[in-house]
Write a protein that binds this ligand. Structure first.
Ligand code: HEC
Length: 158
């Protein structure tokens, strides 16, 4: 009865029931495809450079858009992102120095798909929650592409 119940749960694609029965080893996550499977380290617009100061800073800072700064700075209004993860997005150097779990893999120049910053904003983050933790809508495709291209181009302080 117990095993039967477990198999039924698995059939409904709920999570984490495989270990006891030993016969179910690949349940798909119900959060959407992992970015690693659909991401390519290629610049979508190689002729135009993304500007950190003009395009990335507004994305990270301004509350009508992503507003990462609202949680990710020592003096943020709600600093839980900084306090828990150590990630401070308030300056270029702070951002590049990374977070407690990802370290400097938060941004790996040239490799946006491997960069935890992008993975954390996508469905299926590698740990913890998907940013922006329901504070605001998840990043739009255009915002994700901007971050992606900026990192592919070397994540420069330009
Ligand atoms: C509502 C507050 C909040 C907002 C807004 C927010 N974060 Fe977070 N962030 C957190 C918290 C809390 C954690 C730690 C828990 C976790 O990893 O889910 C975290 C963790 C992270 C980490 C992991 C760092 C590490 O190495 O541990 C990254 C990267 C990150 N956030 C990026 C972002 C980005 C990019 C944005 C904006 C698109 C953003 N966050 C917006 C609260 C926030």
């Amino acid at each position: 009865m117990r095993t039967f119940f477990r198999l039924q749960l698995a059939a409904l694609a709920l999570i984490g029931v495989g270990s006891a029965t030993g016969c179910i080893d690949s349940l798909e996550p119900d959060v959407g495809p992992l970015i690693r499977e659909s991401c390519f380290d290629e610049d979508s617009n190689p002729d135009v450079a993304v500007s950190y100061s003009e395009q990335i800073v507004p994305l990270l800072f301004e509350t009508p858009t992503a507003g990462c700064l609202e949680c990710h700075a020592p003096n943020a209004p709600t600093p839980e992102g900084y306090l828990i993860s150590g990630l401070d997005v308030s300056s270029y150097n702070a951002l590049r120095s990374g977070g407690n779990i990802a370290g400097t893999s938060v941004i790996i120049p040239g490799q946006p798909c491997e960069s935890i910053l992008l993975q954390k904003t996508a469905a299926g983050p590698p740990f913890g929650g998907r940013m922006t933790l329901n504070r605001r809508p998840v990043l739009s495709d255009e915002q994700t592409q901007l971050l992606h291209d900026w990192i592919v181009e070397g994540a420069q302080n330009n």
